[in-house]
Design a protein around this ligand. Structure first.
Ligand code: GLA
Length: 395
C-alpha cells in the first residue's frame, strides 16, 4: 500500500472494520476565485478544485445497513436507505443518507456499504466541505464500475439534489460542479445557466492562500442567512420581471434596469441585485485577467468583490473583514475576499508564490493581534476533480 491520504484512509478502514476496503474515492473541496452568490441566480462563477479533499474508503456491508464513520466529526451513523423516515438524526450523517437516497431516486444503485471518511477540507469554512463529502460518497456507493457509466454532469445534479432535497440546504450548482470537473492548474469559468464551463489556466507563479477565520456562525444561522438572500433575489426578479420582459432571473438584469427600477425595488433589494449584476461582470473580467496572467488586475477584482459582498449583499462578518484588511500591505499580496456563502469561514488571498510562506506567517500574526484568534492558513493551487485512488481520473 502506498503513502498519502488515500492509503491512510484505506489503512484506517482496515483497522476499523477488520477487512480491506473495496476501494477509496476522493473528491476535492473548491476555492471560488470570484463569483459569489451568482450560481443560484443563473450567473457566472470562476471556481477551482483544490488539493484539499474528502477521502472515503468502503466495502459492501453484510447486514444491508449503511455504516459511516466520519473521522472529522468523530462520530458514527448507521442507517438504511429506504423512506424519508429512515433519515439519521445527526446533521452530518444526513449527507451520507441523502446521497444514497438521491442515487436511488434516479434509479441508480446505492449499495449498502461500510464507509470510513476523512477530510482535509475545513468543515463549514466556505470551501465546499459538503460537496466534497457528497461527491466522494456518491462514488463509493456506486463503486468504480457503475460510476464509470454515469455521466459526470448527472452526478453533479444528483449530489446537489441530495443537499437540496434530503439535507434541506438549497445550495446552487457550483460546489458539486467544481468538485467533479476540477482540473489540475485550472480554474473553471462556469456559466451556471447553461452549465457550460471553460478551463482557464491559473497563473503559474501565484498561489491562493486560504485563511480560516475559525468563526462559524451556527449552521442554522448560516443556512437561514443563505436562504434569506435567495428569497430576496427571487423577490427582486418578481419586481423586475413585471417591468422588463427580458428578465426571468438576475442574469438578464442590466445596470440600467437597476437604476430605472431602484425606487420600486427599495434600498435592500437594489443592493442585493447590484451585487449579483456587478459580480457577474467581475467574473468575466477576472477570467480575462487570469488568461492574460494579469494578477494585479485580478487582485483588484477580488477586493471589489469583497466590498460588494460586505456592503451590498451583507454576508460578511467582522472577522472576515479583519482578515481581508490586515492582508493589505503584506509583501506579495495581490488582493483577496471572503469565499463561499459568507457569515464566517475563510478568505482567499492571491499571493506571489515566492512570498507565500512569509505572507502566511505575517497574515497569521496580524490576524491574531487583531482578534486573539489562531487562523488556519493553507496555500493551495487548483487540483484535479473527483476520482478513485489508483484509477485514472474518473471520466
Ligand atoms: C455556498 C453554496 C454555493 C454558492 C455559494 C455562494 O457555497 O453551496 O452553491 O451559492 O455559497 O456563492
Amino acid at each position: 500500500m502506498g503513502h498519502g491520504p488515500a492509503a491512510a484512509t484505506a489503512a484506517r478502514f482496515a483497522r476499523m472494520y477488520a477487512r480491506t476496503p473495496e476501494g477509496v474515492a476522493f473528491a476535492p473541496g473548491r476555492v471560488n476565485i470570484i463569483g459569489e452568490h451568482t450560481d443560484y441566480n443563473n450567473g457566472w462563477a470562476l471556481p477551482a478544485a483544490v488539493n484539499l479533499a474528502t477521502f472515503v474508503a468502503w466495502a459492501p456491508s453484510d447486514d444491508g445497513a449503511v455504516r459511516v464513520w466520519s473521522e472529522t466529526c468523530g462520530d458514527e451513523a448507521v442507517f438504511e436507505m429506504a423512506e424519508a423516515s429512515s433519515a439519521p438524526a445527526a446533521f452530518w450523517a444526513r449527507y451520507a443518507w441523502g446521497v444514497g437516497m438521491a442515487l436511488l431516486e434516479e434509479g441508480l444503485p446505492a449499495r449498502a456499504v461500510d464507509l470510513y471518511s476523512d477530510s482535509s477540507v475545513p468543515i463549514g469554512g466556505g470551501l465546499s466541505s459538503s460537496a466534497s463529502f457528497e461527491v466522494a460518497l456518491a462514488l463509493a456507493y456506486l463503486g468504480e464500475k457503475e460510476a464509470e457509466k454515469v455521466p459526470r454532469e448527472r452526478l453533479v445534479h444528483i449530489c446537489r439534489r441530495a443537499e437540496n432535497h434530503f439535507v434541506g440546504v438549497n445550495c446552487g450548482v457550483m460546489d458539486q460542479f467544481s468538485s467533479v470537473f476540477g482540473a489540475e492548474g485550472k480554474a473553471l469559468l462556469l456559466d451556471c445557466r447553461s452549465l457550460e464551463a471553460r478551463e482557464v489556466a491559473f497563473p503559474s507563479d501565484t498561489v491562493m492562500v486560504v485563511a480560516d477565520t475559525t468563526v462559524r456562525h451556527a449552521l442554522g444561522e448560516h443556512t437561514e442567512g443563505y436562504h434569506k438572500r435567495q428569497q430576496e433575489c427571487r423577490r427582486a426578479v418578481e419586481v423586475l420581471a413585471r417591468r422588463e420582459a427580458a428578465v426571468s432571473s438576475l442574469r438578464e438584469v442590466t445596470r440600467e434596469m437597476i437604476e430605472a427600477h431602484a425606487r420600486e425595488l427599495g434600498d435592500v433589494l437594489t443592493r442585493r441585485v447590484r451585487h449579483v449584476v456587478s459580480e457577474n461582470d467581475r467574473v468575466l473580467e477576472a477570467a480575462d485577467a487570469m488568461a492574460a496572467s494579469d494578477v494585479a488586475a485580478l487582485g483588484d477584482l477580488l477586493r471589489a468583490s469583497h466590498q460588494s459582498l460586505r456592503d451590498d449583499f451583507e454576508v460578511s462578518c467582522n472577522e472576515l473583514d479583519i482578515m481581508v484588511e490586515v492582508a493589505e500591505g503584506i509583501d506579495g499580496y495581490y488582493g483577496g475576499r471572503l469565499v463561499g456563502g459568507g457569515f464566517g469561514g475563510c478568505t482567499i488571498s492571491l499571493v506571489d508564490e515566492a512570498k507565500a510562506q512569509s505572507f502566511c506567517g505575517e497574515l497569521q500574526r496580524r490576524y491574531k493581534e487583531a482578534t486573539g484568534l489562531d487562523a488556519g492558513i493553507h496555500a493551495v493551487r487548483p487540483g484535479r476533480g473527483a476520482g478513485f485512488k489508483g484509477a485514472r481520473c474518473w471520466t
